[in-house]
Design a binder for this molecule. Sequence first.
Ligand SMILES: [Zn+2]
Length: 247
Amino acid sequence: MKSTDLIGHLRNLYKENNLYSSIILNSKKNETNLEVADEIIRNIFCIEHLEAQKSCNNCQRVIMHKNLDIIYIGDGATAITKNEVQTVIQKMSMTASENNGNKVYVIANIENLKVEAANSLLKFLEEPPARTYAFLLSNDRSKILQTIKSRCKLFVIQDNQENFENNIFENILFSKNQNSYLLAAQELKKISKKDLIMMVEESYSRTVIKNFPKFAEATLLLIEDLKYVVNPNLSIDNYFITIAKAI
Ligand SMILES: [Zn+2]
């Protein structure tokens, strides 16, 4: 679903008093997840107008991240700790401090929530206090614990595929040059595995299938290796050797 459509859908559910209490937003970009979450949260707290005007005091407090009934955890890189989860539960179990009685928590990169910390959250997700909403953000829904996923409503946000700039991986492919393919392996090994996976996955869906169908199978294999092989350097070498031969 496009982010604008999703915002419209969730806004309507909220107006009808039917908003899910626990929502997972999945997009490849953290900013997109946060944009959607913040816009719905603004709607949840706005008491003056529900549409796009952002002038009321409640809206401003949400936008500035100053609303005391909203808590954000997760930095996107490190694992979310049991302590952090307990802080959330404690805070959400207290009476709301702001004027409309709603409470919201946002956990970034919910895939970083490991079993021990997740166990504290499960019961809370199942029986949330009244007017409490969870926004769990993710870049990769396949890595979210099944126990968490099954207790939430998942929305996959379609990334805007128009007006994109080629990423480094795509620039290399488009060069169609054997030497640059062989040098590329060295360049890509310097990138963190997580970023590399994201980049190659993005390229696979938006350019590889369309422009380099001959590379599609090898690219899928590369993605698998990046995800599951401990040291994928050899896979990166092999990939570029294969495609250098194929052009
Ligand atoms: Zn407002």
